[in-house]
Design a protein around this ligand. Structure first.
Ligand code: TXA
Ligand code: MG
Length: 328
């Protein structure tokens, strides 16, 4: 049984106690719901990988109530300090070298010598992190490879019975995950587009390197292949739609779809990001109920939050592994 906790003082105190006891607790951040565990407790962290069905080579983000708390565990460069000052609390994750005395379990970072850290901009998350009084490892609270959750109901649909509790803070405001930036070197590297736009990062950092321009294997272990996948196939850049398809619309929709979910009638990228994962989940359920064959998606511009939206949509449309088992 998974406890549903209200996001009031009593609920947050209970959630913090469960985390300290090594239990798994899902909680809201401004981006998506996270599946939290005490990052210093290897058994608790192992339970995250098990509950999600997540491969152990894919490291987790550590959440802190303040930049000071985060930088006690990782060593910031001057640029990382400026990024933190500008964007924390907020949807930016910084990958930095672990300090030698970092108490975070090695499994949290999948054995790497870097650790991904962030300070979320959500009052309930910050209250929970302060009350737990330890770093909280939290990937998105979905089964591995599935669509990320932006409500407590989404979390329960994937993880009911597999986790101790979920704190219900309502819907997440940003709706796509944090931007992951490797800030360990002189030029930061964008590992995953997210809630802080590339344009905003470039305005502060000057140059930001993009992984697609780097040679060699992806530098973020979680970035390969299919992810965010609903059970129906996903077709991108749809200008027309068939009656056998569900349509994820952005702006004025073409006629004829079997079902429609509008991301933003006015073409607002913020609104679209906030509605993206709920839209994918709803169309998937509706499409299966109606016996539709696919989800068609209208084009979304590749700028601002559109980069994060398109990244998630491309991975939702990527070829699926043959078994429906573990996906990164
Ligand atoms: O908005 C978010 O970031 C949410 C909320 C809950 O904070 N969390 C989240 O976590 O999206 P997750 O586990 O779904 O994605 C973390 C990403 C993965 O792509 C992972 O590979 C990458 O961050 N990552 C974590 N640690 C890393 C490291 N040391 N080096 C490179 N990439 C890392
Ligand atoms: Mg995830």
């Amino acid at each position: 049984m998974t406890l549903r906790l209200a996001a009031d003082a009593a609920g947050l105190a209970r959630a913090a106690e469960l985390l300290r006891d090594g239990e798994l607790v899902a909680f809201a951040t401004e981006t998506v719901y996270g599946l939290g565990a005490d990052a210093t407790n290897p058994t608790a962290v192992a339970a995250i990988y098990a509950a999600k069905g997540r491969p152990r080579f894919n490291p987790l983000i550590c959440h802190y109530p303040s930049a000071g708390a985060a930088f006690a565990h990782v060593a910031p460069t001057p640029l990382a300090e400026r990024l933190a000052a500008a964007f924390w609390p907020g949807p930016l994750t910084l990958v930095l070298p672990r300090r030698p005395d970092c108490p975070v379990a090695s499994l949290t970072g999948a054995g790497l010598d870097t650790l991904a850290v962030r300070v979320p901009a959500h009052p309930d998350a910050l209250a929970l992190l302060a009350a737990a009084a330890r770093p909280v490892a939290a990937p998105s609270a979905n089964r591995s490879g599935a669509v990320s959750p932006t409500s407590a109901a989404h979390v329960l649909a994937d993880l009911e019975g597999r986790i101790a509790a979920v704190v219900d803070s309502g819907a997440c405001a940003v709706g796509v995950e944090s931007t992951v930036l490797d800030a360990s070197g002189p030029i930061p590297v964008l590992l995953r587009p997210g809630g802080i736009t590339l344009e905003a990062l470039e305005a502060l950092a000057g140059q930001v390197a993009r992984p697609e321009t780097l040679s060699g294997r992806p530098r973020s272990p979680g970035l390969a292949g299919s992810h965010y996948a609903p059970s129906l196939p996903v077709r991108l850049q749809a200008a027309e739609v068939a009656a056998t398809e569900a349509l994820l619309a952005f702006g004025p929709p073409p006629p004829g779809a079997g079902a429609v979910f509008q991301l933003s009638a006015t073409g607002d990228l913020r609104e679209a990001a906030a509605r993206l994962f709920d839209g994918l989940r709803r169309l998937d359920a509706e499409g299966r109920r109606l016996g539709l064959a696919a989800i068609a998606v209208q084009a979304v511009p590749e700028r601002g939050l559109g980069r994060a939206i398109n990244d998630r949509l491309r991975r939702a449309a990527a070829p699926r592994p043959r078994s429906s088992g573990e996906r990164p």
